[in-house]
Design a protein around this ligand. Structure first.
Ligand code: 5GP
Length: 198
């Protein structure tokens, strides 16, 4: 007899979208307001920024450690982001969380999202869109933590990423962080829902 109720089925939600759209802010807010949610902590070779905590925001590793992890198949997906640093989703914690019945949220770039589609085709792919291109540029420039060259690199990536919206199951427009968070929570808690409005 099939006993598991569909509501209890854990799912993988992939949140992706352009660089400066505010994915990190959304995930940060979710961690604070919904500590019960299982959100993946990525591994990266980029240096930590002020106030970033190793193991909480990212696992910060050097390049050779990252490469060994690739060799050992430890990543669900990984990518070089902004042609600069490597970022990857550690596979084992995700598998453990799913096995324990938790839905899993991955906040990753588009290249990573495409890889997850290959290995977990029934994941839900959520595109976080900016309210407008101008607003996105304002956010990108406003952050002020990157050099002009780095900003230009990020804008180029963002243009390409905006064009990829059609590959996703759901688009959420990031007009208000709390609203996006609630829509994501609804998606994580409701198996088979492909639209938070449904
Ligand atoms: P930041 O360096 O600003 O924290 O993140 C830069 C970009 O890396 C963001 O677009 C973010 O979505 C992406 N990113 C973070 N973690 C991962 C990951 O594990 N895999 C992939 N493919 N991208 C990631």
């Amino acid at each position: 007899m099939h006993t598991s109720h569909p509501r209890s089925a854990p799912r993988v939600i992939v949140l992706s979208g352009p660089t400066a759209v505010g994915k990190t802010t959304v995930v940060k807010r979710l961690r604070a307001t919904h500590p019960e949610l299982w959100i993946s902590v990525s591994t990266t070779t980029r240096p930590s920024r002020p106030r970033e905590i190793d193991g909480e925001h990212y696992h910060f590793v050097d390049d050779s450690t990252f490469d060994k992890m690739i060799e050992h198949g430890e990543f669900l997906e990984w990518a070089v982001v902004h042609k600069r640093a490597k970022y990857g989703t550690p596979r084992a914690p995700v598998e453990r969380a799913l096995a324990a019945g938790h839905s899993v949220l991955l906040e990753i770039d588009l290249q990573g999202a495409r890889q997850v589609r290959q290995v977990i085709p029934d994941a839900l792919f959520v595109f976080l869109a900016p309210p407008s291109w101008d607003e996105m540029v304002r956010r990108l420039v406003g952050r002020g933590t990157e050099s002009a060259e780095e900003r230009e690199r990020r804008l180029t990536t963002a243009r390409e990423e905006l064009a990829s919206e059609a590959e996703f199951d759901v688009t959420l427009i990031n007009t208000e962080v709390d609203e996006v968070c609630e829509q994501l929570v609804t998606l994580m808690r409701t198996p088979h829902l492909t639209s938070p409005e449904a």
